[in-house]
Design a protein around this ligand. Structure first.
Ligand code: GLS
Length: 833
């Protein structure tokens, strides 16, 4: 408030307030100005990179003007806001998205052309913002796009990692990891050196008397690290709303602590402390669906939760409302259990700092938080050791014990004489060492818990969280099926298809109401439309073929059936099933006569995805894929009938090229293991068919598009446990076709068989946990049906168009509205133009 300019002086401000470029010429002027001044370059010294930087700066100006107005509007109306806490935001590139969302891409294209540049080359200069591992982080990014587009007052809170997900290089068929330093000339972030929070670690707890004589806990001493805010503007599509993503960066605190060290002449150790402080936000942990219990990770989590809550509370306190109104003004969504400490921190702020009574505080906390679970895989469920937490966050551990005590007391009342349930639902696992179960804190401290697809949410209720359903009732648990933003995943990734659809539907309204796609069904039989549809798919396949040629050196025939599986490499996602299927196909072709080979449908099997650096089995799968590629692609017997491609360093910007180019894509996780999957939606939305198991959102995709338009195979989730059990007791027979595949591997057909023995043994000898053998036959025969279907071009096209027409449900706009209604209770903010 003190920094606000008094009314009499505001006239000059209004007169000179920044305004946005509105056409091509104004854009060019801004671009040249930025190149000549901000970048200190000239027309004698301007390459694609400088043109990118200048263009980005020009668009950034536009965004920040709207960002300022949006924030003023939100402060002024003082409605309830949503805060989305996520350790991952897999944003990808920002420039193309900004151009499309503000509706100025054509102006930019022409402007750049006037000045001697091709827009595609300029856009291609941008480094992906890759602050995430996979689906969970990308979902957060799609949510931000929808929140802004729908005008919700919403902020994202995350960490500003100096290194995002590593870059993957394939060397002799092996994955190598290269650090992804992405921050040099990143024009999209605004450092807010005035917005800092001191975050405490270690130390101990003292009891003190407050001014009323009441005993309160006080967390003292220890270390302090400073959090500095960096803001990233998030433009909505076709709206003035530009929301904020606030990322925290760690720095040595400028407080007394290190100051004293410097003064005492201990320069080296003070500098070393600074380095230590900066490591907190240095690097994204590269695991997807896996938790590894490292102290630095817990530090990251607390650092980010504490800074974000401080910020949220500070904003609330400016309104001078009573604490009881906090949940009417603030909704906080926990993206997985990673931000669970926010629940504990909020309780600490209310009781230790603000002086509220426990119950009053806890009511506020539970009304404020919602928790989204993204996986049922046991190895992904976060647990922190009690001694570790005791050391790092002593006061928080006490509060966790108190939360647990009150919770268990109420459970005991509800279920007297039932010791089993008490030990099952206790936040503290009685192991050695004892462990804190983060998901349980998240459930107990939230008013709603949701899964991300129907099957997933049902499994949560019937297995993982069953006891909590008995305790709290089924209403605390809900489902919100995932989606994707149609702006990035249709309009931006597939501009030709977006225009064709717009032409048929009379405009681009479907981009903000995806259910309008259903109008496309009327054109399924339109010959001309089908021809255009097919043509766009061919062009997209050509675009991918070029990427493949440029990055792998392999030439693929764009007429072939493009069969794509791109996602994190994980045993549960079963890339091994896919590559075994490819080997099976290869062996079959090898055994054919020339005459038989003429009937084979040529296929390109494309793989892409990163393995966590410490995940040996996943790395083995990558190695096998690359070795199979080397053999198959150089076998003149096979030629174009089969090609195997591993695309290095799969990321968001590559996905934008890959998703529009599939004929078929693979979503083949063991039933019951994939939370939702979201690339399944991206592929179908771009006119690709899918082969998949009855898992995650595949089930709802099938329900929407019709089972004649999808290739489903494999065992059902309800049978998985029984099959595993039988394997465990020796009831296991390797599928005969898979046995032949294994024999080829063991005969060193793809290099040293020893390299792959762990992979085959996991199936043959160690219980085949992921049911690769059980599903192999149905997988292979379903692929034969795919070949068959692909031969009938017209039928295939009809399936493709019908599927797209029925994908309206899978927009994150629908998803966000569901969260807003059933979890957050927030309203969009009216925005006038
Ligand atoms: C994940 C799930 O594995 C995906 O199935 C899901 O689509 C995604 C978003 O909800 O979340 N959970 C996880 O830890 N990583 C994911 O991608």
């Amino acid at each position: 408030v003190e920094a606000s300019i008094p009314e009499p002086l505001r006239e000059a401000w209004r007169k000179y307030s920044a305004h946005e470029f509105t056409n091509k010429d104004e854009f060019e002027r801004e671009l040249v100005r930025h190149i000549e001044t901000t970048l200190a370059r000239s027309l004698y010294n301007c390459d694609d990179l400088a043109a990118y930087s200048g263009t980005a700066l020009a668009f950034r100006d536009r965004l920040i003007i709207e960002w300022n107005r949006t924030q003023q509007r939100q402060t002024f109306t003082d409605q309830k806001r949503v805060y989305y806490l996520s350790l991952e935001f897999l944003m990808g590139r920002a420039l193309d998205n900004a151009m499309l969302n503000v509706g100025m891409k054509d102006a930019a294209r022409e402007g750049l052309q006037d000045l001697g540049f091709r827009i595609e080359d300029v856009i291609g200069q941008e480094h992906d913002a890759a602050l995430g591992n996979g689906g969970l982080g990308r979902l957060a990014a799609c949510f931000l796009d929808s929140l802004a587009t729908l005008n919700y007052p919403a902020w994202g809170y995350g960490l500003r990692y100096r290194y995002g997900i590593f870059k993957q290089e394939i060397v002799n068929g092996y994955q190598m990891e290269v650090p992804d330093y992405w921050l040099d000339n990143n024009p999209w972030e605004f450092p807010r050196h005035d917005i800092t929070v001191d975050i405490q670690f270690y130390g101990h707890v003292k009891k003190k008397q407050d001014e009323n004589g009441k005993l309160v806990a006080s967390w003292v001493e220890g270390e302090v690290v400073q959090a500095v805010a960096y803001d990233v503007p998030i433009p909505g599509y076709g709206t003035k709303t530009t929301n904020n993503l606030r990322l925290w960066s760690s720095k040595a605190s400028s407080g007394e602590f290190d100051f004293q060290k410097f003064n005492a002449g201990d320069y080296e150790s003070a500098v070393a402390d600074q380095q230590t402080a900066e490591t907190i936000s240095a690097v994204l942990y590269p695991n997807d669906n896996l938790e590894r219990g490292k102290e630095l990770r817990l530090k990251q989590q607390y650092f980010w939760c504490a800074a974000s809550l401080y910020d949220i509370v500070r904003r609330f306190k400016k309104t001078k409302r009573a604490w009881s109104e906090f949940p009417d003004q603030v909704a906080i969504q926990l993206n997985d259990t990673h931000p669970t400490l926010a629940i504990v921190e909020m309780q600490r702020i209310l009781i230790d700092i603000e002086g509220l009574e426990w119950d009053e505080a806890w009511t506020i906390v539970t009304k404020t938080f919602g928790y989204t679970n993204h996986t049922v895989l046991p190895e992904a469920l976060e647990k922190w050791s009690v001694p570790l937490m005791q050391n790092l966050l002593p006061r928080h551990l006490q509060i966790i014990y108190d939360i647990n005590l009150y919770f268990l007391q109420s459970v005991e009342k509800q279920f007297p004489n039932n010791r089993e349930i008490l030990s099952r639902v206790s936040i503290i696992e009685e192991s050695h060492p004892k462990m804190v179960r983060m998901a349980y804190i998240a459930i107990i401290g939230s008013h709603k818990v949701n899964g991300v697809a129907e099957l997933h949410s049902d499994l949560l209720k019937s297995t993982l969280f069953k006891d909590f359903v008995d305790i709290y009732g089924v209403d605390r648990f809900t489902n919100v099926t995932n989606g994707v933003t149609p702006r990035r995943w249709l309009h931006q990734a597939n501009p030709a298809l977006s225009s064709l659809i717009a032409e048929k539907l009379g405009g681009h309204e479907f981009l903000t109401d995806l259910t309008l796609l259903d109008k496309l069904e009327a054109f399924v039989d339109d010959k001309d439309f089908r021809r255009q549809w097919a043509h766009i798919k061919s062009d997209n396949k050509l675009r991918l073929a070029k990427l493949i040629k440029d990055t792998t050196g392999y030439k693929v025939n764009p007429e072939s059936l493009f069969d794509i599986q791109v996602k994190r490499i994980h045993e549960y996602k079963r890339q091994q099933l896919n590559i075994f299927g490819v080997i099976h196909r290869y062996l079959k072709i090898k055994g054919m006569s020339a005459e038989e080979r003429k009937k084979v449908v040529p296929r390109v099997s494309v793989f892409g995805g990163k393995a966590a650096p410490g995940y040996w089995m996943a790395k083995t799968i990558i190695h096998l894929i690359n070795k199979v590629a080397a053999v198959v692609n150089n076998d003149s017997d096979v030629g174009d009938l089969l090609k195997v491609i591993f695309i290095e360093d799969y990321n968001v910007s590559k996905a934008e090229i890959i998703c529009p180019a599939s004929d078929i894509s693979e979503h083949i996780s063991t039933a019951g293991t994939e939370g939702s999957g979201t690339s399944n939606m991206k592929f179908v939305l771009n006119g690709g068919l899918i082969i998949g198991t009855c898992d995650g959102a595949n089930i709802e995709i099938t329900r929407e598009i019709g089972d004649q338009n999808i290739f489903l195979f494999g065992n059902l989730a309800e049978d998985v446990e029984d099959l595993r059990h039988r394997h465990f007791y020796g009831d296991f027979q390797l599928d005969p076709a898979l046995e032949k595949v294994f024999k080829a591997i063991k005969d060193n057909m793809f290099g040293d068989a020893g390299d792959f023995s762990a992979l085959t043994a996991s199936i043959e000898e160690h219980g085949d946990y992921y049911l690769v053998s059980d599903d192999f036959h149905s997988y292979v025969t379903t692929h034969e049906m795919v070949d068959e279907a692909f031969l009938n071009k017209e039928e295939w096209l009809a399936k493709s168009i019908t599927s797209v027409a029925r994908m309206g449900f899978f927009s994150t706009d629908r998803v966000i509205n569901e969260y807003a209604d059933s979890i957050w209770n927030v309203e969009p903010l009216a925005v006038k133009d």
